[in-house]
Write a protein that binds this ligand. Structure first.
Ligand code: 8YV
Length: 322
């Protein structure tokens, strides 16, 4: 009997076709009704799931009888109830490393766009407001030689720091659960307490994993600690930030600007953020390049095939029962 794979989000076509050639594949289709209802029905006799961007926990996995692996096309895994997966002895795998540089590029895209008011000035120009040489209202802030504070010096945080240090001659500060001298020393990066980083940084990039310690890590008091010319960038997870506090801070002009790729609730629909000129809003595209999403899909495919063919997948998040 062919093993069954449930695809629960959009997937690279080539990978999908390869899975369809090897296994019985069911693709969850939001147009065909409630997605969680479809998942509850399809996982009953499924052996594997592959996809991203959907909460998977007891509410939609309780009917799974023989599910061996959930292969997430992502590096983050806060969408999954790990304790429940461990209880059901279901492997969770992810796709680390291949998206590091792409996501760090996006962090700098947001940093530069926010610092130089790119979206606002693009619209201002296209709407015909450029009648004479620009004035202070159109001025941004320099990036070169300024201080970059990175919250979370993991793979992506280090890649962002490298861009600042080598590309923009920036002074690097970082805050992390522990010092990472081996990563920091080549970049002359200085470890400091969170509030010290917030008070001293011209640019702040949040690159932490979402966990119990980092949830709501940046709230009103943290924003109040930032400099009035500070630019705040979040490429981590929306829940790391008190979004209402950020909106209040931006509306009051208490920081210069923000660049956001992630939000408290996604997709971001009708939000006060849409009506602010000092925030750049992107739709969770950190890893969303053609090249990188293909590499992620390939890794996710390999995780599934290894698991279904009796091998140990390369990127298990919860090896507790491997
Ligand atoms: C994913 C991400 O594409 O890898 C992650 O953790 O946030 C992105 O690269 C996204 O999670 C898919 O929804």
């Amino acid at each position: 009997m062919n093993k069954k794979v449930v695809v629960f989000s959009q997937l690279d076509q080539d990978v999908l076709q390869r899975l369809q050639a090897q296994y019985h594949v069911v693709v969850i289709n939001p147009k065909q009704g409630d997605v969680n209802e479809q998942i509850r029905e399809q996982v009953k006799d499924a052996d594997a799931m592959i996809g991203a961007g959907r909460l998977l926990n007891e509410s939609n996995l309780a009917t799974a009888q023989q599910l061996k692996i959930i292969s997430s096309v992502s590096v983050g895994y806060d969408n999954y109830d790990l304790a429940y997966l461990n209880q059901k002895k279901i492997w969770l795998t992810n796709t680390p490393h291949v998206l590091t540089e792409t996501t760090a590029d996006l962090a700098f895209t947001l940093l530069m766009s926010a610092a130089r008011k790119v979206p606002y000035l693009d619209q201002w120009t296209k709407q015909g407001h450029w009648q004479r040489t620009v004035g202070e209202a159109q001025f941004g802030h320099d990036i070169f030689g300024k201080t970059l504070g990175i919250i979370g010096l993991g793979n992506i945080g280090v890649a962002v720091a490298r861009r600042g240090f080598y590309g923009f001659n920036m002074n690097i500060l970082y805050h992390n659960r522990r010092e990472r001298l081996e990563l920091a020393q080549p970049l002359n990066a200085k470890y400091c307490a969170l509030n010290e980083l917030l008070q001293q940084s011209d640019f702040i990039v949040v690159a932490v994993d979402l966990n119990a310690e980092s949830k709501a890590l940046i709230g009103q008091s943290e924003f109040d600690n930032m400099q009035p010319h500070a630019v705040f960038v979040n490429i981590a997870r929306g829940s790391v930030v008190d979004q209402q506090a950020l909106i209040a801070t931006l509306k009051a002009g208490k920081i210069f600007a923000a660049g956001l790729d992630v939000y408290a609730k996604e997709p971001l629909q009708e939000s006060e953020l849409f009506h602010l000129d000092n925030v750049v809003t992107l739709p969770h595209v950190g890893s969303a390049t053609a090249e990188t999403r293909k590499k992620m899909a390939e890794l996710a495919y390999r995780n599934v095939v290894d698991a279904l063919e009796g091998q140990t997948p390369p990127y298990i998040v919860n090896p507790v029962f491997s």
